[in-house]
Design a protein around this ligand. Structure first.
Ligand code: HEC
Ligand code: HEC
Length: 288
């Protein structure tokens, strides 16, 4: 077969001719394409030799490197567990108020605490611990029972008005229900309570309420109404309200005494988990 060049294009033909004058041009694949193609074949063969590749009847070819995804995942899980148990034992041996000084431990405790909080506490306190009416906000620095590590831990362990033997417990009298005060006295003393944070619009009533307050309320809420964490009596002179700042809310608080309940977590959560939770709650911003 002689070399034949197509006159119109100037390209060599393969020599194939159809119907007397239909010729096939010889246009080989570009070199780069060919080499890439050969390289992928070599790589493919290499891969099949090195890694698990071919299914067999009851097994598969293991490959020279002995790699196994299952083994790799198992190893990762083992490593994770080891690192975690190191952290947990670190948390166990570190005093509560020293955890914050160790950044790794602090990160671990707050992360674990956040998860446990989401599962157990969020239904009442909210996902971001922002609270709802009757369920305190845990992000602020206004504490009913105290915001130190010890106080927070005790609250979580023993609960508030819970069925735990050592529960935090103090009941505000049900002044209305038990008729310790009449409607007018309750209205007046509520007006006085509102005046402590500048919300009263009735100076005369608030003046009368002041006397009632001095007789009935200072034993728990204090002379100045600033509360008492030993007794879980909230500060009435700030702008943070557990049950609302409307006159009707305050009247309702005095009428029923409220008596908010929080379950005890000792026995339901192990001590280390409670420790992590304590660090988390303390870290929310208002810890003392
Ligand atoms: C069933 C609802 C409920 C659940 C669940 C709950 N709490 Fe509470 N928590 C309350 C109530 C109500 C109060 C306020 C009680 C009071 O009026 O003194 C409170 C108070 C607190 C306080 C004291 C706040 C202060 O100002 O002193 C802390 C701390 C706290 N909760 C943490 C938690 C943590 C952590 C969890 C999860 C392990 C949790 N709570 C789960 C209802 C709940
Ligand atoms: C024996 C202690 C005690 C006495 C006395 C007492 N309180 Fe309280 N008070 C509390 C406690 C504890 C709470 C928190 C109740 C709860 O969390 O369920 C509270 C809550 C309140 C609240 C709700 C505060 C908020 O943030 O929503 C108001 C208002 C209030 N008291 C007013 C009064 C007034 C007015 C008197 C007097 C007539 C009075 N208290 C007497 C213990 C007391």
């Amino acid at each position: 077969m002689s070399k034949d060049v197509d006159e119109v294009t100037g390209i060599e033909t393969t020599g194939h001719v159809w119907d007397d004058d239909l010729r096939e041009l010889n246009k080989p694949l570009p070199k780069w394409w060919l080499y890439t193609w050969i390289a992928t074949i070599i790589w493919g063969i290499g891969y099949m030799i090195a890694y698990p590749a071919w299914p067999m009847v009851n097994d598969y070819t293991k490959g020279l490197l002995g790699y196994s995804q299952r083994a790799a995942v198992t190893q990762q899980i083992e490593d994770g567990k080891k690192a975690q148990s190191k952290m947990w034992s670190g948390l166990e041996t570190t005093p509560l108020n020293a955890v914050a000084a160790n950044p790794d431990l602090l990160r671990f405790a707050t992360a674990s605490g956040r998860t446990v909080f989401g599962e157990n506490c969020a239904p009442c306190h909210g996902r971001g611990a922002q609270g709802f009416k009757g369920y305190p906000n845990l992000n602020d620095d206004d504490w009913i029972w105290g915001g130190s590590f010890e106080s927070i831990q005790k609250t979580i362990r023993h609960g508030i008005r819970s069925d735990h033997e050592e529960t935090r417990n103090n009941a505000m009298p049900r002044f209305g229900i038990d008729e310790a005060l009449d409607k007018k006295q309750i209205s007046d003393v509520s007006e006085y309570v509102l005046s402590l944070s500048g919300l009263s619009k009735d100076a005369a009533a608030s003046g009368r309420g002041k006397t009632v307050f001095a007789e009935q309320c200072v034993s728990c809420h204090g002379e100045d109404g600033k509360g008492n964490q030993e007794l879980g009596a909230p500060n009435l002179a700030d702008s943070v309200w557990l049950f609302g700042s409307e006159k009707a809310d305050v009247v309702q608080s005095v009428h029923t005494g409220r008596g908010g309940k929080m379950p005890a977590w000792e026995g339901r959560l192990d001590p280390l988990t409670i420790k992590a939770l304590t660090v988390y709650v303390h870290s929310l911003g208002g810890g003392q």
